[in-house]
Design a protein around this ligand. Sequence first.
Ligand SMILES: O=C(O)CCC(=O)C(=O)O
Ligand SMILES: [Fe+2]
Length: 213
Amino acid sequence: MHGTVHLQPSLFDDTDRGGVRLGPLDGLRRQPLGDGAWLDLLPGWLHGADELFEQLATTVPWRAERREMYERTVDVPRLLASYPAHAEPPHPVLGLARAALSDHYARELGEPFRTLGLCYYRDGRDSVAWHGDRIGRGAREDTMVAILSVGEPRTLALRPRSGGTTVVRHPLGHGDLVVMGGSCQRTWEHAIPKTARPVGPRISVQFRPHGVS
Ligand SMILES: O=C(O)CCC(=O)C(=O)O
Ligand SMILES: [Fe+2]
């Protein structure tokens, strides 16, 4: 009898979220990149990633942006959405993910993850060019940016800002988690390169502390 009572909440939780749920974070593995930068990787952290992809694709108010570049206005090659710290995330599991990441990295990061940024790569022509998340504190301080990926895998590429030919590549999709940490935003650059391969759509969710963008 007791057992049945105790099981109820988690059963309800699973039905409520339609089987979209997070696994434990203890499988995270760290890859040192050099220059004080590192990556933490956990393939398949989120279960039910296809369902979350569908829900985000259809319910998030996606923005198509245009930017000035070399005296021309060009389309930003991906769709965007952002949720400041006080905004309700677009799916409850993303609030749980932010809480779990904040808890896991509390000592090392010293502050919680707060904002959510979402990118929607519709096909292989969508991309993000080489950059660091250096508009805010990431340009001066060690910090972390955690990224949860759903939909079809796309390659996250990283290279040192100091130059050379090193490129680190990780295909990310279907519920994979990557955390860029240490000096990664100021000593390394990252990109989602365009690809001529036929690829399905991918959505990434970035979790950042206050003042990092
Ligand atoms: O989609 C990704 O995984 C990376 C996105 C990114 O680097 C950014 O939005 O700053
Ligand atoms: Fe970035």
